[in-house]
Design a protein around this ligand. Sequence first.
Ligand code: BDR
Ligand code: CA
Length: 330
Amino acid sequence: MTVRSPIVLDSDPGIDDAVALQYLLGTGLWDLKAYTSVGGNLPAAQTYLNARALARAMRIDADVPVHRGAGRPLTRLPYRVADDFHGPAGLGHETLPDSTAAHPAESSAQALLRLSREYEGELTVCATGPLTNVAIALLEDPAFVRRVRRFVFMGGAARVPGNITPVAEFNMWADPDAAELVLSSGIPFTMVDLDASHGWLFGPADLAVLEAAGPGTALAARLLRVYMDAYRRGGGDGTCPLHDPLAVGVCADESYVTLTEGAVVVESAAELTRGQTVFIPSAAGRIYYPESPALTARARLTGRVALGPGSRDFTQDFVAALQRWPGTDA
Ligand code: BDR
Ligand code: CA
């Protein structure tokens, strides 16, 4: 019997977050201990509702608790709404029924802390939204950093342009204070950034496979069609990047990306460069920038950063894994 490893998916669904959940389940590799929602693509109240509805649609809501994230970024005003990409309520044109599961008393951050204690040294945390929940957990108990086995997140742009401003990726921009706190905490992180996610595209031929595969992938296919259309409207070629699913994939198999060790500092003070991820490869040796005391003080060489796609075909594995989860007939 395969032993499945404990994982928490911390997510702001959102279309690519939604299909990342089905992909995670379809891999059969993980024991999903909690689905912790966070505000980001939509306000926290909406991503919580979406996460509950998705848990129901994926038929996991009896077993996997869904938690609600903080109502706002760490120190700023509410999250910006990315309905232009994800649809008015975040899940394309879907109106999925709510789960009938009870509302847990624990917040997302509290669930992360509890599970890090229950599965000390074993727990993988995969974040596919802003890092608000993870930052709150860290502020409450800095030892969280040492208890987590792996922390993989989708966010940042190490050497490529951003997607919300010329220099910032959306998740980092949405809560730069949280991102900066987490990445300078000493947590062993793996950053799955735009450098890598723009290398694994989902295109019309992949969509045709999902559409032909039957009811289990019908919801994913409808969602991805909306996402592809959004990218097309933005000037794309009819494909869409698999940002959030790729982060889930990297939790199990790093050969989907090309990783380099280093530090990442997130710009959280400036307005023009808000959320920019300043990547410092470990080849730089000790981090000492005499002209920038802030950089010298904050950069911690505890990360691995994806500088591009890897050797194993992620899109193919993603399409295959989605078909292995019964999903929904919604
Ligand atoms: C990230 O931004 C969000 O809109 C997506 O869900 C993904 O997590 C990509 O920059
Ligand atoms: Ca997301």
